[in-house]
Design a protein around this ligand. Structure first.
Ligand code: MTE
Ligand code: CO
Length: 427
């Protein structure tokens, strides 16, 4: 039987099964420690002294910069070789299935470069502001670090995130379907502070942000957004930006598509209209079903994904389990996340835990009891504007399947009776 046929069959069998409401009622007295039931008795891990208890460990001089435990070596960014022709103009993906909380560890942030990582000595970095300003200026990094600074947590999502899924389920893992997103605490200066230094002319309408990499990537940002909440950041998660993320300076354009967050930013030109962008970057256009395209789709609409279970993180045990996921919206904060295990017929509100911040990833959980039934797991985010994440079917009705960008449709994972989980589509 083809995979597709077996999915259909499994789905038919499944639809008569229990809902999350039923599945989530924990059996009274059931233990969390069921895995230890299978351990040998007596268990040498309890009765015997282990090597790590017997010998001295590394001293404080061994790891001047800390790294994760060697047992976490599989938690890494991964790329999909066939997606792009070269690694320099390519993307890798955040391992969402292996992370928790809301902050992405600095070394695991997905990377998207058009011409590789620029290696810039901060002493030689300059930020120039020119165009419709009273005083064209050039800032050094030292200048920028003497200006009043702010700390903000924001998600960055590439407009192409989930782009390979427009025509159907394709990549098997939330790292690949949803991993072009990261969420960091940025430290930097408000763009407004920098612009006020130069004094913008009354007819200023657009900024052109230019990167210092070999792509000299440039994007245009409307002045209202620039003066509202944009930043020029030099730190992420409390330390200098990583080279991959634009060291020593990048633009932060909260809630808007990642492409606008120019890395290694070296110039801001103030103008009265958007710039003609280079061919490579002007591809960030949403093609519609009728062949027309949407010109500027800046805002990232509300979206969510169940990160556990997912294809790279199957269910291992019956009984008590934690379903977990992430939700975010470029228009504000996450108000509610609903979860379904029967492909969207029945929904239950998930428990949101951790900070709920505007334009930041938000963590949700459902603590449930799994009896080994097949499940079609979905999550659906609602944001502070009342916008509800659409199904893929609803999205395709409006947008067709010609687009690569801005796919915020509801993801479905099929969890099989043995716990293995796969990327599927309903309908
Ligand atoms: N800035 C420069 N200078 N060069 C680039 O190639 N890629 C853009 C944006 N800024 C890019 C850039 C794109 S498409 C995205 S999605 C984000 O950076 C990715 O940011 P990250 O690499 O920190 O994840
Ligand atoms: Co991008």
């Amino acid at each position: 039987m083809s995979d597709e046929a077996s999915n259909k069959l499994n789905r038919r069998k499944f639809l008569g099964a229990a809902t999350l409401a039923g599945a989530s009622a924990l059996a009274a007295g059931q233990s969390f420690a069921q895995a230890s039931k299978d351990a040998p008795k007596p268990d040498p891990l309890i009765t015997e002294v282990q090597d790590w208890q017997r010998y001295l460990g590394d001293g404080v001089d061994k790891h001047p910069y800390g790294m994760p435990s060697k047992f976490e070596k599989n938690v890494i960014r991964r790329d999909v070789a066939w997606l792009t022709a070269s690694a320099e103009s390519s993307v890798n993906f955040t391992p969402l299935h292996a992370l928790d909380g809301i902050i992405t560890p600095s070394g695991l942030c997905f990377e998207r470069h058009h011409s590789g990582i620029a290696e810039i000595d901060p002493a030689q970095h300059r930020l120039m502001i020119n165009g419709l300003v009273d005083k064209p200026l050039v800032f050094t990094m030292d200048d920028i670090k003497r200006m009043p600074r702010v700390n903000k947590i924001y998600f960055l999502e590439c407009a192409a995130n989930s782009g390979m899924e427009w025509r159907g389920a394709q990549l098997n893992g939330c790292q690949f379907t949803h991993g072009m997103v990261h969420n960091l605490m940025y430290t930097g200066v408000m763009l407004k502070t920098v612009l006020d230094e130069a004094g913008i002319k009354p007819n200023a309408k657009w900024l052109m942000l230019e990167g210092g990499d070999a792509a000299a990537m440039n994007r245009s940002v409307p002045i209202e957004k620039a003066l509202d909440d944009c930043m020029i950041a030099f730190a992420m998660n409390g330390e200098a930006l990583r080279p991959e993320q634009g060291y020593p300076l990048r633009a932060v354009i909260p809630g808007w598509e990642g492409n606008l967050w120019v890395k290694w930013i070296r110039r801001i030109e103030v103008g009265d209209q958007p710039w003609q962008t280079r061919e490579e970057t002007s591809k960030y256009t949403d093609l519609l079903a009728d062949g027309r395209s949407r010109k500027h789709t800046f805002i990232m609409d509300a979206k969510s994904v169940v990160t556990n279970p997912s294809p790279q993180a199957p269910l291992k045990f019956k009984g008590r389990n934690v379903l977990s996921g992430l939700a975010w919206s470029g228009r504000g904060s996450i108000k509610r996340v609903d979860v379904s295990i029967d492909g969207g017929r029945n929904w239950q509100s998930a428990r949101i835990d951790g900070p709920v911040i505007d334009k930041s990833l938000t963590r949700f959980y459902v603590d449930f009891d799994w009896n080994g039934q097949e499940m079609m797991v979905q999550s659906r985010a609602m944001d502070s504007t009342g916008y509800v994440q659409p199904s893929k079917e609803e999205l395709r009705k409006v947008r067709g399947v010609n687009s690569i960008y801005h796919n915020n449709g509801i993801q479905t994972w099929l969890v099989r009776a043995n716990g293995e989980t796969e990327n599927v589509e309903i309908g």
